[in-house]
Design a protein around this ligand. Structure first.
Ligand SMILES: [Zn+2]
Ligand SMILES: [Zn+2]
Length: 470
């Protein structure tokens, strides 16, 4: 089969939230965006996991990783049955490019979790702030280390490939450095949003992205549409702004609960440090696990641009790490604190307690007789939905009050429509959504590719691709 030189190939994240794998191919260059992993709901869950020694094979065989073997560490894929892989994808061949590269939009695992399997020295582009967070994550979890050559970029920075160039643009999302890009070739322009919202800390980035797209007259816009689904399509309630979430947390602190557990996503570094400051100002200091403390500290010292002047930088010594000894805390500027110390004066602390940390609640609650209620604040961290049954069961068992503070990381369906209508691309490809075809647009042709589909870009723009335009 003749090699296609001008294509978009869609491997993942088309009808799921996360796991977007789109290969752009032009000349000898194949650029994969993104490189993450959507594990649930798929054939895997917390109990059914890929075998530790054959992870990437099993992820490839279940179509959770893009089947371009040149993207991966040679050692890890040397035993992969490529004929079998083609059989799984019902494809006679896979695209081949001598110059493969990767773009990662941000540090949520559904966009970056395949990084540890990446090929030695393969260039991986990401925003510098995402790179700092990645370095923090690898300090606390060596399994995330990668042999790839990570290239950190600033907002507006360009990378030139053969006859086309990619410019990175920051967007608004709940992880530092989240970015999309605009790709310009002599024949067409393509914009990719990564994950985005319009109600977060940086809505101006979305306004700016629209302006940049308008100036370049985008032919193909690939946008995420997480909230485009039957049950939310007619939901016109405005999503809370980030400032409102901070105010709600302040109100909770003012209620002066006894013990206060907080589940905020450690990769939402901006919210985490704001919560820490609010807690400190109310007389409570945060208690982190060693893992979260390590990630946070190393991300901050690597440098997250928007946090360079953050007041938490001067108050790191007031942060505690839950640990029965100071062992292993040498490189951290935090204090070790034991469970017993916290139990003696719980109103002085705010205990970071993620989903997997829930058993800690039993240790803290088992023998304490207090007239003050304990609170659990759940603020956009797994489990992402409100009222998770297991979480509620834990809290009910120990009589802990549940407070759900959430504003989500993604735009509302009507905002996605407005965004597309402003940019006016010739074709829009919505993905990272359970029901992308429900996106409503004015003039743009809407194209929903199928898994493994290769689209010739010029044909797509002319409305002649063989799949269905909506
Ligand atoms: Zn995502
Ligand atoms: Zn995300």
């Amino acid at each position: 089969m003749e090699k296609v030189k001008n294509e978009l190939v869609f491997f993942g994240g088309l009808h799921t939230v996360g796991g977007v794998h789109v290969l752009f191919g032009r000349g000898n260059t194949g650029l994969m965006f993104d490189f993450g992993l959507k594990l649930t709901p798929t054939l895997f869950n917390h109990a059914v996991k890929p075998h530790p020694k054959k992870e990437i094979q099993q992820l490839l065989y279940t179509r959770l990783a893009p089947p371009i073997l040149g993207l991966y560490d040679v050692e890890r894929v040397k035993d992969v049955n490529e004929d079998g892989l083609q059989n799984m994808w019902k494809m006679n061949s896979f695209p081949e490019y001598s110059n493969l590269q990767i773009f990662i939009s941000h540090m949520h695992q559904d966009h970056m979790a395949l990084l540890p399997y990446a090929k030695e020295n393969i260039p991986v582009y990401m925003h510098n702030d995402a790179h700092s967070l990645y370095k923090g994550l690898t300090k606390s979890n060596e399994k995330l280390l990668s042999k790839a050559k990570i290239v950190g970029l600033e907002h507006g920075e360009k990378v030139t490939f053969e006859d086309f160039e990619l410019t990175l643009f920051e967007v608004d999302h709940n992880s530092p450095g989240t970015s999309g890009f605009i790709l310009e070739s002599p024949e067409y322009t393509i914009a990719f949003t990564g994950d985005w919202r319009w109600h977060g800390r940086h809505p101006e980035r979305i306004d700016r992205f629209i302006q940049e797209c308008k100036q370049r007259e985008i032919d193909v816009l690939i946008t995420e549409g997480t909230r485009i689904r039957n049950e939310t399509l007619w939901d016109h309630q405005k999503t809370k702004k980030e400032q409102t979430v901070l105010e709600e947390f302040t109100s909770i602190l003012q209620m002066k609960p006894g013990k206060l557990y907080v589940n905020v996503h450690p990769r939402d570094v901006e919210r985490l440090v704001d919560f820490m400051m609010l807690a400190l100002e109310s007389g409570r200091s945060f208690v982190l696990s060693k893992q979260v403390a390590t990630t946070l500290y190393h991300s901050l010292i690597e440098g997250i641009s928007v946090l360079k002047e953050h007041p938490i930088i001067n108050r790191l010594a007031e942060i505690n790490v839950l640990s029965e000894s100071t062992e292993g805390l040498n490189d951290l500027p935090f204090q070790a604190i034991s469970t017993d110390e916290i139990k003696r004066s719980p109103e002085k602390y705010c205990i970071h307690c993620m989903y997997e940390d829930l058993p800690l609640v039993s240790e803290f609650e088992v023998d304490v007789k207090s007239n003050k209620p304990s609170y659990y604040v759940h603020a956009d961290s797994p489990p992402l939905r409100n009222n998770d049954p297991l979480l509620l069961e834990w809290l009910k068992n120990f009589n802990v009050e549940y407070h759900y503070l959430s504003n989500r990381g993604h735009a509302q369906p009507e905002e996605v429509s407005y965004f597309v209508n402003e940019i006016k691309p010739k074709v829009v490809i919505p993905l990272h959504s359970p029901q992308p075809s429900l996106l409503v647009t004015d003039t743009a042709l809407k194209y929903c590719p199928y898994y493994g589909e290769s689209v010739i870009i010029n044909e797509l723009i002319d409305g002649k691709s063989k799949g269905e335009f909506k």
